[in-house]
Design a protein around this ligand. Structure first.
Ligand code: ATP
Ligand code: ZN
Length: 223
């Protein structure tokens, strides 16, 4: 029996639609049953694993899946986290994908925006990405504490939980709606196609080599 290539994508969220669209544009056919974690391709020896985006880097680094489509923000945070805890953080970055563009930015309440980055010394900053935030703060020689929230980061200052936020931004509308002003870009991100580091199965490698030029074709058409 030939082995099946497993690809992890976000189940439901900002990357889901375009991840599926990319596979479809590459000629990989699926019929998705929303209740199911796994979808088998009807055109290739490929299985799709639909999970939370936060789980994708670990699944690839641990070799549980062969490929993953994930935002660089989530990927780099996971890599730093795993390095710090002596876990395997290896993967192969295959392609940057032309979707999921966003930036991780520092933002402060409107009334505090004139005081600049130095004001963050001693501040509490709410974020979902403590490692990316701390790396940036170290580079800027700022000593601030992070308050880790996995959601609703933008309401933390108003709720009295933090003095500032370090959150994902694409248009800035969410920040504005919460009375926050973007002051610094900490990290720029887009979706990435990544591969597990130790892949030796010749069938899987052949399939990846067949898919990559198609991915490149789709990316070129988008530019
Ligand atoms: P999950 O349930 O899978 O954990 P989530 O709520 O963490 O979902 P989404 O909000 O769907 O994640 O965002 C997924 C990814 O989309 C982000 O990690 C980021 O790479 C990208 N993205 C693009 N634009 C934005 C944006 N404006 N805000 C948040 N994420 C964005
Ligand atoms: Zn997530």
């Amino acid at each position: 029996m030939t082995s099946r290539l497993t690809i992890a994508i976000q189940k439901s969220g900002r990357l889901s639609k375009e991840s599926l669209a990319l596979l479809k544009a590459c000629g990989v056919k699926f019929s998705i049953n929303d209740a199911r974690l796994i979808a088998h391709s009807t055109s290739h020896n490929i299985d799709l694993l639909r999970v939370r985006d936060d789980d994708i880097p670990g699944l690839v680094m641990d070799g549980v899946v062969d490929l993953g489509l994930v935002g660089e923000n989530v990927l780099e945070e996971a890599r730093l986290e795993r390095e710090a805890t002596a876990m395997n953080a290896n993967f192969v970055a295959l392609r940057s994908l032309e979707f999921g563009h966003c930036r991780l930015s520092l933002a402060v309440p409107k009334e505090a925006q004139e005081r600049g980055l130095a004001q963050l010394n001693g501040a509490r900053i709410a974020t979902t990405y403590p490692r990316l935030l701390q790396r940036y703060l170290q580079q800027q020689q700022i000593a601030a504490r992070s308050v880790v929230l996995t959601g609703s980061v933008e309401v933390a200052p108003r709720a009295g939980l933090a003095d500032a936020v370090c959150d994902l931004v694409s248009t800035g509308a969410t920040l504005e709606a919460n009375g926050l002003v973007e002051t610094d870009v900490v990290f720029r991100s887009q979706a990435q196609l990544i591969q597990t580091a130790e892949l030796s199965d010749p069938n899987k490698l052949a399939l990846i080599n067949q898919l990559l030029p198609r991915v490149d074709g789709v990316q070129l058409a988008k530019e």
